[in-house]
Design a protein around this ligand. Structure first.
Ligand code: ASP
Length: 603
């Protein structure tokens, strides 16, 4: 976690019956005066005839001393206080004796001698300890069930304050750059971002449904047609996907759109934005951010989200093996596949660990994995005997292998080989501690293909969304070759944002929809309003959307986006605190004209 960035000065507390200052504000100049404080009992210790309490509010901790000589009534209360009770106290601020100073907390040199104390609300024994940092040993289900207690922990408070600072920095920068913040509807029509919609039945038009937005994509394009030119929104988005680890069904985007722009303009504005926003979180972004073409990213890192904090790039070895008679490589190459490898550097691995790598590769979908250590001009590897000396030498050359380097090789269809090695590259770097502490690496992925062939659906599908503009003309005989005017921003191997220049011509938009297998009738029904708007003078426009949850998680240095969301859902899409999703009354269903077909198990 970084230090608290850019938090506006804490406002002074107007004195009232509860408090006249904050726990964290007790400082040398208060000594000799009185303070009135309010907050939660963080910890209580009984020492002989005295009771010590650490009082906690949003700003920190301060020690209270209850001494029967100061006030018998306060002492009696102090004696029975329990963790998480809510109290208000008043009394003189004094310096602690040198040997009792607590250097761990900013107020550790002072204490309040309690003269008056009020119990405002007592607390049941919490299901887990609040004090201290980290989620410790508490299961996440329990933390989420009692999220209001979990959020009392210092690290959670810091994470949400960091999030607030990041969002504030987004607004400051964009407002300064002349963007207008505009809200778009949450009850709307389906917009396609490739996921399933959450649907809301309409009571007034029974049988009809609103969709919750997967993104404000179409509305922001309409705002460009409307002439706003520069728009942004901190937008809640909803995607009903089978939850992969670390996805949320509702999440927050920073959504941006600009008119009369080309790729370069959007990238320039966004580099400034990101440098400012992440600067606030203490993260330096070197500008310009390097760009890698989509195809290069796949070739060198096996993924369109490359982590550039370490090396271990992939190398295509197919050419070095054109003539090979090794059955496994031969079969793959003849079948249109590739042989790809990476030099994993000097590693001292036991045979069982090498077997483990093979198992990893198979679990990721590869048929197998060849491992080898360079030894002299050849290899130490069970596979060495199947390759000629010349082949071993040229593989060593292609992989830049030095004596003792571990080489990992996969032969498969290009997609599988890239995916498997790309995933192993990051996994191994993490496992072997290759990623430098505190390093940050950003890159833009550019020159995306517009479309990819979906085996499942038997049609071309967009890599971004159907409104993405492309270079040149559409060649229907080779849709896979069309290049999108799209860009994604990747930070340490995570995609944090993506966008494109949009199609601003109605006829061209229809052409792309046709290419996607959406016929004129369906196009009219689903996107007629966009096609129509584009006929009323649409400026060239483009934009981007960022995943705020992901950005905040990376900035906070936490693994899980749930740690930067106040009330997140579990991996199965539930909220253990409120019990959502939950059945509703028969009456509500009747009003909506909805009948539930329960899964057989519940009938
Ligand atoms: N609407 C897109 C998304 O949600 C982002 C964009 O193209 O601006 O991914």
């Amino acid at each position: 976690m970084t230090d608290q960035p850019d938090v506006p000065e804490f406002p002074a507390q107007r004195g009232n019956a509860y408090r006249d200052t904050w726990c964290g504000e007790i400082s040398p100049d208060r000594v000799g005066g009185e303070a009135r404080l309010a907050g939660w009992v963080n910890r209580r210790r009984d020492h002989g005839g005295l009771v010590f309490i650490d009082l906690r509010d949003r700003t920190g901790l301060v020690q209270l001393v209850f001494d029967p000589d100061d006030s018998g009534t306060a002492f009696a209360l102090g004696h029975k206080l329990r963790p998480e009770d809510v109290i208000s106290v008043a009394g003189p601020v004094v310096e602690r004796s040198a040997e009792t100073v607590n250097p761990e907390i900013p107020t550790g040199a002072f204490e309040i001698r309690v003269a008056e104390a009020d119990l405002l609300s007592d607390a049941q024994t919490p299901p887990f300890e609040i004090e201290g940092r980290g989620a410790s040993e508490v299961g996440e289900e329990t933390r989420l069930r009692y999220r209001y207690l979990d959020l009392r922990r210092e690290n959670m408070r810091e994470a949400l304050q960091l999030r607030a600072a990041i969002v504030r920095a987004m607004r400051t920068q964009l407002d300064g750059d002349g963007f207008v913040e505009i809200e778009t509807p949450v009850l709307t029509r389906s917009t396609p971002e490739g996921a399933r919609d959450f649907l809301v039945p309409s009571r007034l038009q029974q049988g009809s449904f609103y969709a919750l937005p997967q993104s404000p994509q179409l509305f922001k394009q309409l705002l460009m047609v409307a002439g706003f030119e520069r728009y942004y929104q901190i937008a809640r988005c909803f995607r009903d996907e089978d939850l992969r680890a670390d996805r949320q069904p509702d999440f927050t985007q920073l959504d941006i759109e600009m008119s009369f722009v080309e790729v370069e303009d959007v990238i320039a504005a966004n580099e400034r934005l990101m440098a400012h926003v992440l600067g606030v979180a203490g993260i330096e972004v070197d500008l310009p951010i390097p760009r890698i073409s989509h195809d290069d990213a796949i070739a060198r890192f096996g993924t369109d989200r490359p982590d550039l904090r370490f090396g271990m790039e992939l190398t295509d070895l197919t050419d070095a093996l054109r003539e090979t008679e090794f059955r496994v490589f031969r079969g793959t190459i003849d079948g249109g596949g590739i042989v790809k490898g990476m030099n994993a550097g000097k590693r001292d691995l036991a045979r069982s660990e090498l077997d483990g790598l093979i198992a990893d590769a198979q679990e990721l979908g590869a048929k197998g994995l060849v491992w080898a250590f360079r030894e002299g001009d050849g290899w130490r590897s069970p596979t060495a005997k199947f390759l000629t000396e010349a082949e071993l030498a040229s593989l060593n050359g292609a992989l830049g292998a030095e004596e003792g380097d571990l080489l990992l090789i996969v032969a498969d269809e290009p997609k599988v080989a890239n995916q498997v090695l790309g995933t192993m590259r990051t996994r191994l770097a993490e496992r072997w501690g290759d990623i430098p502490e505190g390093a940050n690496a950003f890159c833009w992925i550019v020159d995306w293909p517009l479309l990819e062939w979906s085996e499942d659906e038997g049609r071309w599908t967009p890599l971004h969304h159907p409104f993405t503009a492309f270079e040149g003309e559409i060649d229907e005989s080779d849709p896979g070759a069309i290049r999108a005017r799209a860009y994604d921003l990747v930070w340490n191997g995570s995609e944090i944002g993506g966008g494109s220049i949009r199609i601003s011509d109605s006829a061209q938009q229809e052409q792309v929809l046709t290419l996607l297998g959406i016929d004129a009738e369906e196009a009219e029904a689903r996107f007629g309003f966009l096609l129509e708007a584009l006929r009323f003078g649409a400026p060239p426009h483009g934009g981007i959307a960022y995943g705020i949850d992901r950005i905040c998680a990376l900035a906070a240095g936490t693994e899980s986006i749930r740690d930067v969301i106040a009330f997140p859902k579990t991996a199965s899409g539930g909220d253990p605190l409120t019990g959502a999703p939950a059945p509703v009354d028969e009456r509500q269903l009747r009003e909506l004209g909805v009948t539930v077909r329960r899964p057989p198990a519940q009938q």
